[in-house]
Each structure stands twice: as C-alpha cells, then as structure tokens.
Write a protein that binds this ligand. Structure first.
Ligand code: SF4
Length: 703
C-alpha cells in the first residue's frame, strides 16, 4: 500500500514543500508539493534526489558508541551507558572548572525544537552561554546588520516579493545554484516581464551573473565602495525618499557626507568595474518601483561582513524601499532552519524570541519562565571559531557537536584538527559515519534523520513548516530532541525536561514568544498540519500569516526609526604579498550540500562535479606555466591543497575559486578548501572571512 505525506526539504533555506510517497516495500519517492507556497511544486536537483539519501542506509550510525582514548576502536554501548558517561564527564568538568568548561556546537539543520531545548539546557540549567551554531559561519553578519539597522534580526520581505520587484540587486550570492527554486521564480517573473532588471555583483561569472542584465565583477572586498557609490548617485539624482528619511530614519546626514568622499570614478577604479556599470545600476534602482536586494555569503563571510550588510541595507533606507510589495533587503538563509535557530536564541549571544544575553530584563524573563536553578550568564558565550580556539588552549574541556561536521566546514582546518585531537572530551551526534568529525569523538550518538523525526523549521521568509515523522529511524537512532531531554535528565534536571513528545517542546517555546516581535503563540502543530505553513509573527489572535514586516514603517529600534549606519568602505582581510599574491574565495557547487554527508552518497548528484577543483584565470595560469587540467598545489599561510585546475575567464585575474564541500573522506586532507581559509573574523558578528585568503598556486611536481 502506498502512503503520501507532506514535509519540507532539509537542504537549503528556500524551504521547499515535498510530497513523499512510501511503499510497503520500503521504496520512497519525492516530488515538489504543489500546495506549498515556497516552491509551488518545483524541486531542484538536490531536493529531487532526497529519497536516495534515506533509502541508502549503508553509512547510518545505528548504535551509541564509546571509546577510552582516541586510538582505541569505538565500541557499541547502550544509550544509558553513553549518556551516563557524558553526564558524569560534564558534571566533573563543571564542578572543577565551572560551567564555561563545556559547550555545544549545533547546526542550522537542527529542528527548532532541538535548537530550543539544547539552548535551554546549557543557558538556563548548566549556566553557560557556550552554545553556538554553524549558522555563525554563514548568517551572523546578516543577523547583526538587521539588528543594527532595523532593531531586530527580522527579515522584512517574503517570497511573493519576487513577483512584485522590477529590479533585483544580487550581491555576493549565486541563487541560480544555491537557492535554485527561488531563482526560478525570479526567472519566470522576468520572462513574463521583460522590463525587469537583474544586477549581479560578484567577482565570478556565475550562472546568476550569466542571466543578469548587468554584471559587476568587482574586486573582492570592495562591495562597500560599490554600495556607497550607488548611494551617492541615488542622492545626486534625487532618487532618495526625503519623507521616509525624515520621518523614519536616523543618520542620513552623516551617511551623505561619507558617500560623497569618493567620486564615482574613484569608486569604479577601486572596484575594478566600469563607471558606466555603476551608473547604470544606480539608474535602474532609482527608477524602479520594486527594488529587492538578495545576498548571502559574499557579503556575510567577510571580516567586514556587518559593514557590507549595512552598506546594502542603507540603499533601502535612503530610498524608503522597505515594507512595501517588491521592496526590501533580503538576506537569503543557507540552511533549512538557520532562521528557526535564530528565533529560539541558538547563538552564543542570544536568548529565545530575539532576546539577548547581555540584557538583564531578557535574562530575567527567560530565567523566570524556565525556573532556572542558575543565573543565565550575562557574558556572551564562545562563538564557532572561538570554541575551537578554546579547545586548543584547554579553556574548554568538553564539546558536544550536533548535526554538523566542523572538521570540513571550519576555517583553518589544520589548526581545528589539532584542537579537536587535543580536546579532553568530544561527543558527536550525527546520522552518518561519513562525517570527518567522527574520528575525534569519544562518544558517538546516532541521530534520527530526515523523515524519521517530527518538528518544525523556518525558512528564509519566516515561514514555519511542520515536518512529520514518516518512518522509524534505523537501529537505535533517536530524534535529536529526545537525546537532549534524556541527557538533561541524566544531568539531574528531570523536572524541567519532562517531555515525551517534540510537540510539548514546541508549545513551551511558543509561550516564551508571547508579546515579542517574533510572537508565535498562535502556532500549533495542529494548525501547521492544517494550514501547511505559517509566516511569523503569528500571535494567539492571528488569523493569517505576516507576509511583510515594517509595513507601517515603524521599526524595532528603541525610537522606532531605522538606523542608517555610516561605515568605512575598507576591507581588513589578510593582505596578499609576493609570497601569496592571489585571492582565494570558496563557495558551493550546484549539486552538493555542505560537507556532502548526504549529497555525496547520491550517484546522480556526483555526476555534476565529482572532484574538487580550482578555478583560475588563464592569465594567472600562463604566468605560472600552468596548463588546464593539471594538478596544482595551492599554498597559503595556514596550509596546502592539491587539486586539478580549471582555467576559465569566469574568475577575475588575481582571483581563484575552490569549492568548500570536500573533506578528508574521499580526497585526503589535501582536498579540503578550509586548509587555506583565513582565521580572521568580523569583530561584530564573529563570522569568518571565508571569501578572502591570500594564496600562491603552482603546478604540482611529484618529488
Ligand atoms: Fe531543497 Fe533548496 Fe532545492 Fe528547494 S531549492 S529543493 S529547499 S535544496
């Protein structure tokens, strides 16, 4: 007998609805859900092949395992044994060195319930803020940008704005590959409305750039110079909204002075793009009715990521293009539940419902709600890269890694590997034995995967979708939320973690949002099953989703005015020099997801690009006598990578591109892009500078 279920794709932040068909034989099939408003029946190559990742269980972790000493083999143990040992180790460290000696490192692929519960455990019961997420590596600059300018981490737009805009300003993003279904909506809109313009700002000629009406292949690190130049032109050409600026913003005068410090010619020279292209972009934006900007890692993964975000959001604030159909700054989320994690406070500096650990009132509200036996610490905890540094110098004694694979995704992997090797106690909770991080675990906990657990996720447009449990997890694998509540009880917190179902956890979280800007007290599992999805805020008395925020132009700042921040236009990335004259940028390819623990198992997806490669400009190759397809060695200040080279004018001279997906498994340590990436982080968001590392490239000659 065949059964049909509605769920959500577990890859990117587009959050496409999926219809899963299960047969008694165990066969599964997937198709896009025509009823889901995000994708309207469409799926990209990754989504279309999701069922293969479920049907092939060959690499699944089936039982809890432990070892004493990293060189010892992992041995199967019971859940009780694994969690009791972990609780004993955590308690010992906490007693001896204090609560900040332990930490959790979680993932934008965790469900909202899991995110919420682990956050409650460490912040409200262990008494440390040492929980951070791999979303720190991709989203945190946007979070800070929104907070500083709009008052809170709140995405103002919705996907329906794709059909309302007539100018798309895509900066530091390649949605054609990384958010494909959203991109198809933009393409369809443009096909039906030829006057629609797409401006793509990217140092590479990506598929997005190829479809754009205007491509600005700027020099890496010059995004702020470009945005300031566009801001200056909008002011000069009187395309700003004076009423909006006067009534709803602060900071315009300082901004105006700042952007007039550079001429357009000077900006064009610095960015390495024609002056006419900057003028064209400004003209289209100025005359548009709907101006939508889209961005991802090209802005966020930078040592000046927050400043880049602010410089882009400023273009919306000076033109008043926010809170109306087709207008607004839209940071696309990379992971399926990066947004849900932000809502429940799954960052080292945050508390549920966009509260902050540094705010005494917020701490008190949450402590009272949780009936915490400890005070919530007022100092932010360690962020992603800081956790690794703290393991390296033994400030941090134990780390519990949930659903993420830092031994592929962290910057400066050689240093990260040393830190995890020397760590006193490491717990890895995952679904797959393909995760490189497993090699560093003292305790391995098998987690239930997609279709095997229930819960909720929030996509990039604040849309919450319910994911039902459709099948039983293999072996003894458990839903992550259950692993956390079982552990909390072993730690002695039975009364505060009495749950039997994920739904109880979700209900508790929604109560904590009452009266906040992310109020979801009206959202229940039943309502989500009935409505399919809901966009927050959705308070108890709501009868419909909130499509757009700030429609009344009152922002979440103390004075309800948006803040135009004047930011310097420089870049503080590591310098290139004679030894390392090229800039390396890393990124995704179309058919792989993150560290390939799921997509790497699907033959169809591996057909696209099956091996890591370096893209390099022919002029740079000629100067080094490098031939197309040759094995090259890429050396940086922190490590080396050896891959075949692809010569292409799709990258600017002086720039190289390396995909981020590959780890040790399958390529050896020389296939890992993050051997080379910089340890610099944005001082405000703590997001790493993945898009700018100084390297040298040479043909590889076997010694
Ligand atoms: Fe999944 Fe994203 Fe593809 Fe949609 S666009 S099917 S959410 S990977």
């Amino acid at each position: 007998m065949e059964n049909t279920h509605q769920t959500t794709c577990c890859y990117c932040g587009v959050g496409c609805g999926i219809v899963v068909k299960t047969e008694a034989s165990g066969q599964l099939s997937v198709q896009g859900d025509p009823q889901h408003p995000s994708n309207r029946g469409l799926l990209c190559s990754k989504g279309m092949n999701l069922h293969y990742t479920v049907m092939d269980q060959s690499d699944r972790l089936l039982y809890p395992q432990m070892r004493y000493g990293r060189s010892a083999p992992l041995e199967r143990v019971s859940w009780d044994a694994a969690l009791e040992r972990t609780a004993a180790v955590f308690k010992t460290f906490i007693q001896k060195y204090g609560p900040d000696s332990v930490a959790f490192y979680v993932s934008g692929q965790c469900l909202t319930e899991e995110y919420y519960l682990v956050n409650k455990l460490i912040k409200g019961f262990i008494g440390s803020n040492n929980i951070d997420t791999n979303s720190r590596l991709c989203m945190s600059s946007a979070v800070v940008g929104y907070k500083l300018s709009l008052g809170e981490d709140s995405v103002p737009v919705c996907y329906n704005d794709m059909e309302e805009a007539d100018v798309f300003y895509v900066q530091g993003a390649n949605p054609a590959w990384c958010h494909p279904i959203l991109w198809r909506r933009i393409e369809a809109h443009k096909a039906a409305n030829p006057q629609v313009k797409i401006i793509c700002v990217d140092p590479r000629v990506t598929d997005t750039a190829r479809s754009a009406d205007l491509h600005l292949p700027l020099r890496p690190g010059t995004d702020i110079v470009l945005n300031h130049a566009i801001g200056r032109l909008l002011i000069e050409q009187e395309k700003t909204d004076t009423h909006f600026i006067l009534d709803h913003t602060d900071g315009f005068e300082a901004y105006r002075k700042s952007v007039f410090q550079r001429s357009i010619a000077e900006a064009a020279e610095l960015c390495g793009v024609p002056e006419a292209s900057i003028r064209q972009a400004a003209e289209w934006i100025g005359f548009s009715k709907g101006f939508l900007s889209l961005w991802t890692m090209g802005l966020n993964q930078s040592v000046v990521g927050v400043n880049k975000n602010l410089s882009l959001i400023n273009l919306h604030l000076i033109t008043g293009r926010i809170g109306t159909p087709g207008n607004g700054p839209f940071s696309l989320t990379g992971q399926p539940n990066a947004m849900g994690g932000r809502e429940v406070g799954g960052l080292a500096n945050a508390l549920p419902a966009h509260r902050e650990v540094t705010n005494a009132r917020h701490r008190q509200e949450v402590e009272e709600f949780w009936q915490s036996p400890v005070k919530i610490a007022e100092k932010p905890g360690l962020t992603a890269t800081e956790l690794i540094e703290a393991l390296a110098d033994d400030r941090l004694k134990a780390i519990w890694i949930i659903n993420t694979n830092p031994m592929v995704s962290m910057p400066d992997l050689n240093a990260a590997e040393k830190a995890l090797t020397n760590a006193r106690f490491v717990v890895v909770q995952d679904i797959s034995s393909r995760a490189d991080t497993l090699a560093f675990a003292d305790v391995v906990l098998p987690a239930a995967g997609w279709l095997e657990k229930e819960g909720t996720m929030t996509n990039a447009e604040r849309r919450i979708t319910y994911l039902p449990q459709i099948q039983i997890a293999p072996g003894e694998a458990l839903p992550d939320v259950e692993i956390i509540w079982r552990f909390a009880r072993k730690m002695g917190f039975e009364r505060a973690f009495p749950y039997e179902k994920a739904e109880e956890v979700y209900r508790e979280y929604t109560q904590l949002t009452a009266g906040t800007n992310v109020d979801v007290t009206g959202v229940t599992y039943d309502l989500l099953r009935q409505k399919r999805s809901i966009q927050w805020p959705y308070p108890a008395n709501a009868d419909d989703s909130t499509q757009r925020l700030f429609t009344n132009h009152r922002f979440y700042t103390a004075n309800q005015r948006a803040q135009i921040h004047t930011v310097p236009d420089g870049n503080a990335s590591e310098p290139t020099d004679e030894a390392f004259p090229l800039v390396l940028t890393t990124g995704r390819i179309r058919d792989q997801w993150h560290t390939m623990t799921k997509t790497g198992r699907v033959a169809k997806l591996n057909q696209h690009l099956s091996q890591p490669f370096l893209q390099m400009h022919p002029a740079d190759a000629e100067a080094r006598q490098i031939r197309d397809g040759q094995l090259v060695e890429i050396r940086g200040r922190r490590g080396t990578v050896r891959v075949k080279v692809q010569l292409t004018t799709d990258v600017r001279p002086g720039l190289c591109f390396l995909p981020m997906h590959w780890g040790k498994i399958g390529t050896g340590s020389l296939g890992r892009a993050n051997n080379l990436t910089s340890t610099l982080i944005d001082p405000k968001s703590k997001e790493p500078d993945f898009k700018f590392s100084a390297v040298q490239v040479q043909a590889y000659v076997k010694p």
